[in-house]
Ligand binder design. Structure first.
Ligand code: PSU
Ligand code: MN
Length: 301
């Protein structure tokens, strides 16, 4: 496979220095321009200021690219939904057709793993959608966590998903769900969800220790680290729940399906909260980037 790794990322990996992968669907389909561009650059800065190297991942003109340039990030940010949202199934097609693609959590995990990157920071993962018992809508992110050796640091999952079923699915697939300094699964915009994580770990070093043992035992698959949004940026539970319910109702009324569902809901929530949710979203991504950097550094020791 023809994969392009930026010289900086390549060197860091060769020298066993900490690298943190970043996804690009969050840029193209998760936030509006220009906030998406600013955030994508700032999250890289956060990782650098922690002492790690960022690697934003996408497919550029058919080339899987690990460590996108500022120009490439700007292009993805400006083109937005005009870029193809790339999950596992889309990778071979987008590469063969020499198209541009923004990778989801699943797509990013695959390319990070090919490059040898073990830690990946994002906002929220895809999961089992509400109503999945009828629609079968379960994100390929969960299957990727089941099989690809990358640790994903997120703020839990948005309640556009069925969090209980998402946890059950991860349990079946043997994916450890770790709460960072919490016993409770965070729900993206809020610190609490009413569901428990599998394990609470309180330091990046403890998490790195678990990852090392998993590696040493040859246990395949990812690990999900859930990191609650900082208190000062968390949203009011009732208001955000209502917003999410309204967004889901509209998606159902319009018959939105498949890969369109998640981007539609994300955009609707941003519009309905008049940007307030976007501000929280950005802060939780920074927070996850910090933790991911610390875990990556502890892993390199
Ligand atoms: N959830 C968010 N923000 C996001 C996504 C999900 O809060 O940006 C994106 C991620 O790229 C994730 C993808 O991997 O949506 C999941 O899409 P789907 O549900 O179609 O698998
Ligand atoms: Mn889906």
């Amino acid at each position: 496979m023809n994969i392009k790794i930026s010289p900086e990322v390549k060197k860091a990996l060769e020298e066993n220095r900490p690298v943190v992968a970043l996804e690009s669907t969050i840029i193209s389909h998760g936030m509006p321009y220009p906030k998406n561009f600013q955030t994508a650059l700032q999250v890289e800065e956060v990782i650098r200021s922690c002492g790690a190297i960022p690697a934003t991942i996408a497919i550029i003109k058919g080339v899987p690219t690990v460590g996108c340039s500022k120009e490439e990030i700007e292009y993805l940010a400006k083109t937005g939904r005009g870029v193809i949202k790339v999950s596992r199934r889309d990778i071979p097609v987008v590469v063969a057709k020499k198209q541009d693609g923004a990778t989801t959590v699943a797509g990013t995990m695959i390319l990070a793993n090919l490059a040898g990157i073990k830690i990946f920071a994002t906002g929220g993962i895809g999961g089992v959608h509400r109503g999945a018992t009828e629609t079968f809508d379960i994100s390929a992110d969960l299957e990727e966590l089941a099989q690809t050796d990358v640790t994903v640091v997120c703020a839990g999952a948005k309640s556009i998903l069925d969090l209980g079923l998402t946890l059950e699915y991860l349990e079946t697939k043997g994916v450890p769900v770790i709460g960072y300094q919490t016993e409770e699964l965070p729900a993206f915009f809020t610190r609490k969800s009413g569901f428990k994580v599998n394990y609470r770990l309180d330091t990046p070093e403890e998490i790195a220790e678990v990852l090392k043992e998993k590696d040493a035992l040859g246990l395949k698959g990812g690990v999900l680290v859930t990191n609650p949004i900082p208190e000062e940026y968390s949203m009011e539970e009732k208001a955000i729940s209502k917003t999410i319910e309204d967004a889901i109702a509209e998606a159902n009324a319009l018959g939105i399906k498949g890969k369109e569902t998640t981007p539609f809901l994300l955009e609707k929530i941003q519009i309905l909260t008049e940007g307030k949710s976007l501000a929280s979203n950005i802060q939780l991504v920074f927070n996850n980037a910090r933790l991911a950097s610390q875990i990556a550094m502890a892993l390199c020791k």
